[in-house]
Design a protein around this ligand. Structure first.
Ligand code: PBG
Length: 332
């Protein structure tokens, strides 16, 4: 078909700048880098433990003696940070290993900082992995009590800072916890320790594989009385605003992929660094499809991580961190 000259001129020729990889690289708006990633680690008691998590293939429970090798691998790949989760020796009503100075996370912080002082060690501050009932706070009369939980969270954050954590990241969703943790850190001389707050954390079914991994499913009820209701967007902005007012240094949206609209709105509204947590269920889903040959794993993972960055995240917490860093290196 031949078009007349004026029709031809009126066509917007988007394809001109897509015609070669060089041109595409020049006009690419979003660049994913290993520098963007935080890699979650699950630390367990014992020695020589490297046990694959069945619901999260490719992710492991690691004992302390395996952490130096992990730090070395991350350094080679250019991934700057880890986020630690612990599997305690025993669980109890008050989650006491969460704030024990010789708890598994506290030991892991010391081990990792000794192995590589330049690795940014972040810690998840929560009680659910440590409580026998699996909730993120203290139970009073069958309910998760907000204000009595703040003290235990503050003790947990201080014990992590004392062990040498670079960043503490409260994920419990109690009201007022950022202010309580900030005051406790400052009171103990840790005014330079930043808080990355899980600010807009939804009551999501995508945490399923993680709860298998750390055996933290609530023994009664669910987390809907403290985590956010998925249909709410404006409320997420209010949560983030409140955390900033309480002293958060980094704010987070979690999960990432089903909540890209929240990330994008948070990016437009706030100037703090913004983190997104690409959670266990999001990881497991892609992994299972790739395993079956239904999706091209590397391409899909990089496309998804790019979507999180494009939506506005500065920091991406992802179980894909190591493989994605490897694939990015191969691409360049
Ligand atoms: C602890 C916590 C959870 C996750 C991070 N911190 C589980 C939960 O809230 O139930 C989920 C991480 C993931 O699914 O990858 N409260």
């Amino acid at each position: 078909m031949t078009l007349d000259v004026s029709t031809r001129r009126s066509i917007a020729r988007f394809r001109r700048l897509r015609s070669s990889e060089g041109l595409r690289r020049l006009v690419r708006e979003t660049a994913l880098r290993p520098d963007d990633f935080v890699y979650p680690l699950f630390v367990a008691h014992g020695s020589d433990v490297r046990e694959e998590i069945s619901s999260m293939p490719g992710q492991y429970h690691l004992s302390l003696d395996r952490l130096a090798a992990e730090a070395e691998e991350l350094r080679e790949l250019g991934v700057p940070a880890v986020l630690l989760f612990g599997l305690p020796a025993a669980k109890d009503e008050e989650g006491s290993e969460a704030y024990a100075d010789d708890g598994i996370v506290q030991e892991a912080v010391r081990t990792l900082k000794a192995a590589d002082p330049s690795l940014v060690v972040m810690t998840d501050v929560c009680l659910c992995e440590y409580t026998s009932h699996g909730h993120c706070g203290v139970i009073i009369d069958g309910e998760v009590d907000n204000d009595s939980t703040l003290d235990l969270l503050s003790r947990t954050a201080v014990s992590h800072a004392r062990a040498g954590a670079d960043v503490v990241a409260p994920s419990d969703m109690m009201d007022g916890r950022v202010a309580a943790i900030r005051a406790a850190l400052d009171g103990e001389g840790f005014e330079t320790t930043p808080i990355m707050a899980y600010s807009a954390k939804y009551a999501s079914a995508f945490y399923g594989p993680f709860r298998d991994a750390v055996d933290s499913a609530p023994q009664f009820g669910d987390r809907r009385s403290y985590q956010m209701d998925p249909p709410n967007a404006r409320e997420a902005l209010r949560e983030i605003e409140a955390d900033i007012a309480e002293g958060a240094d980094v704010v987070m949206v979690k999960p990432a992929l089903a909540y890209l609209d929240i990330l994008s709105r948070a990016r437009q509204r706030f100037d703090l660094p913004l983190a997104a947590y690409n959670v266990s269920g999001e990881y497991a889903m892609v992994h299972a499809a790739a395993q079956n040959g239904w999706l091209d794993g590397p391409r899909v993972v990089l496309e998804l991580l790019t979507s999180i960055k494009r939506a506005g995240a500065d920091i991406i917490i992802t179980y894909h961190a190591k493989e994605a860093a490897r694939w990015l290196k191969e691409e360049s």
